[in-house]
Design a protein around this ligand. Structure first.
Ligand SMILES: [Ca+2]
Ligand SMILES: [Ca+2]
Length: 74
């Protein structure tokens, strides 16, 4: 179980339009901030890979899981 509260602040920054979900556009934006430029197709792929419930966007829980995996991988 991922501790989502650790990622809530980051999530809220990434969620530029504040709808409580991160879409491919917003993910692309945060990757750019992180210094990793990805194109729209790649962003959509990444969202698809992370998106556990298949709604096409990332909830805080999905995002936290992604961040945990990223932290573990680096
Ligand atoms: Ca959003
Ligand atoms: Ca989702």
């Amino acid at each position: 179980m991922v501790d989502t509260s650790r990622y809530e602040a980051t999530f809220n920054v990434v969620d530029a339009d504040g709808d409580g979900l991160i879409d491919a556009d917003e993910l692309q934006g945060v990757m750019r901030v992180l210094g990793e430029e990805i194109d729209a197709a790649r962003a959509a792929e990444v969202v698809k890979a992370i998106d556990a419930d298949g709604d096409g966007r990332l909830s805080l829980e999905e995002f936290a899981t992604f961040m945990e995996q990223g932290a573990a991988a680096s």
